[in-house]
Design a protein around this ligand. Structure first.
Ligand code: PLP
Length: 384
C-alpha cells in the first residue's frame, strides 16, 4: 500500500474534493461563448477574494511568472526600485528587477524578522526618485507576515508604486488590496487558494497601469497589455490552463461560501494552535510571535537533531510532509504549513506526528504535550 500522504508544505497544498472534481471536467473550447461566460463569473469571484475593483488578469504560469509579469511590464532599465528583502521570495523579486535592468536599492532584513517600516521610510526619504517598491506579504521561507498596510501608507505618501508578492498569503490572511494601497498584486493558485499549481493572478491599479504604458522592456507571453486586451472579451491572449480555471472557480466558491472573514479567522486559530503546540514541546519559533504568519509555522531544529532526519522520519513512517529551510535556513528550520484546505484536526495530526518523531530521534518530549496545547487553543483556553 502506498503511504497516505499528509501534505503540510506551503504549496502545493491539499486540494478539496470539489476542486479535484472540477479538474476532471471535460475540455471546452477556450474561445467559446460558454467559456467567456464562465470566465466573467470567475472574474467577479476573483475580485471579491482579491478585494479589488481592478481587473484581475489570469496568467497560465506559476507564481514567479506573475512576479516576472509585474516587473517586465513596469520596469525600464535604470529605474530606481526599492526591494525589501527578508527571505527567499524577497530575493526573487529583487533579482527579477535586476534582470530587467533596474537600479535596485536593496533593504535587507534578517531572515525571520519583519520588514522595519522606519527603515523603509528613511530609505524612501533619502531616495525620492524610487519609482517602485517590491514587497512580500507572507514570506514563505521564514514564516513571517509583513505589514503591507503600513507599506501601503508609506508608498502612497512617497508617490511610489507598491508591488506585493501575495503568492502564499492571499486567500488565507486579510489583504484589502485597494484599501491598503497595493498597486500591483500578484498571487497564484497553489498555496492558500487550494488549487493545483499553474495559474498566477495579477491586478494593477490605475497608477500601476500608467507605468505599463511607459514601459519599454521586452515582453511577449507576459505582456499585460495583451492580457488586458483579451480580458476585455473575457478571453486570454494565449491558451489558458482550462482545467485550472475550473478548479480555481470551485476553490473560490468554497472560500466565498465560508466567508473571507471566517477563512481568515480559521487560519489565525490554526496558526495560534500550531505555535502553542510547538512551544509546549520546548521548540523555538523562528520569527517573533507577533510577526508569525497564521499560514505556516517556522520552527528552529531542536538541539542534537538533524532537521532532514526529522523530516525524513515524519514522511517515511507517518506520511507527514513538512517543508525544510531554504538557502541560509537550510538544515536550521522546518516549516509546518497550515494554509488552505486545513482544519483543527490537521494541526493536531501534525503535532502528534512531530512528537513521536522527535521522541524516536532521542529528544526529550512529553508525548501529548504539543497536542494538548493546541487542543486548549481550540477549546478556547488560550487567548489568540
Ligand atoms: C510559492 C511562492 C512564490 C512563487 O513560486 P512558484 O514556484 O513560481 O509558484 C512566490 N512568492 C512566494 C511568497 C511564494 O510562497
Amino acid at each position: 500500500m502506498s503511504r497516505k500522504l499528509r501534505l503540510m508544505i506551503p504549496g502545493p497544498t491539499p486540494m478539496p474534493p470539489q476542486v479535484a472534481e472540477a479538474m476532471a471536467r471535460p475540455m471546452v473550447g477556450h474561445r467559446s461563448k460558454g467559456f467567456a461566460e464562465f470566465t466573467a463569473k470567475l472574474h467577479a469571484k476573483l475580485q471579491q477574494v482579491l478585494q479589488t475593483k481592478n481587473e484581475v488578469l489570469i496568467l497560465t504560469c506559476s507564481g514567479t511568472g506573475g512576479l516576472e509579469a509585474a516587473v517586465a511590464n513596469t520596469v525600464n532599465p535604470g529605474d530606481k526600485v526599492l526591494a525589501l528583502v527578508a527571505g527567499k521570495f524577497g530575493e526573487r523579486f529583487r533579482d527579477l528587477a535586476r534582470v530587467f535592468g533596474a537600479e535596485v536599492l536593496e533593504l535587507a532584513f534578517p531572515w525571520g524578522m519583519p520588514v522595519d517600516l522606519e527603515t523603509v521610510r528613511a530609505a524612501l526619504k533619502a531616495h525620492p526618485d524610487v519609482k517602485l517598491v517590491l514587497a512580500t506579504q507572507n514570506e514563505t521561507s521564514t514564516g513571517v507576515l509583513h505589514d503591507i498596510r503600513g507599506l501601503g501608507e508609506l508608498c502612497r505618501d512617497h508617490g511610489a508604486v507598491l508591488a506585493v508578492d501575495a503568492v502564499s498569503g492571499l486567500g488565507g490572511v486579510d489583504l484589502p488590496a485597494d484599501a491598503w494601497g497595493v498597486d500591483i498584486l500578484v498571487t497564484a493558485t497553489q498555496k492558500a487558494l487550494m488549487t493545483p499549481p499553474g495559474l498566477a493572478m495579477i491586478s494593477l491599479s490605475p497608477k500601476a497601469w500608467a507605468l505599463v504604458g511607459e514601459c519599454r522592456s521586452p515582453r511577449y507571453y507576459f505582456s499585460l497589455e495583451a492580457a488586458k486586451k483579451a480580458h476585455a472579451k473575457w478571453n486570454t491572449a494565449f491558451t489558458p490552463a482550462v482545467s485550472l480555471f475550473f478548479a480555481l472557480d470551485a476553490a473560490l466558491d468554497l472560500i466565498l461560501a465560508e466567508g473571507l472573514e471566517a477563512v481568515f479567522a480559521r487560519h489565525r486559530l490554526l496558526g495560534t494552535a500550531a505555535r502553542e503546540g510547538v512551544k509546549a514541546l520546548g521548540l523555538e519559533l523562528l520569527p517573533p510571535e507577533e510577526a508569525a504568519s497564521p499560514l505556516l509555522t517556522a520552527v528552529k531544529g531542536p538541539e542534537g537533531v538533524k532537521v532532514d532526519d526529522l523530516r525524513k522520519l515524519l514522511l517515511d513512517k507517518y506520511g507527514v510532509l513538512f517543508a525544510g529551510g531554504q538557502s541560509e535556513l537550510k538544515g536550521k528550520i522546518f516549516r509546518i504549513a497550515h494554509m488552505g484546505y486545513v482544519d483543527r484536526v490537521d494541526v493536531i495530526t501534525a503535532l502528534g506526528a512531530l512528537e513521536m518523531a522527535l521522541s524516536e530521534l532521542g529528544c526529550k518530549v512529553a508525548l501529548g504535550g504539543g497536542v494538548a496545547a493546541a487542543q486548549k487553543v481550540f477549546l478556547g483556553g488560550v487567548k489568540q
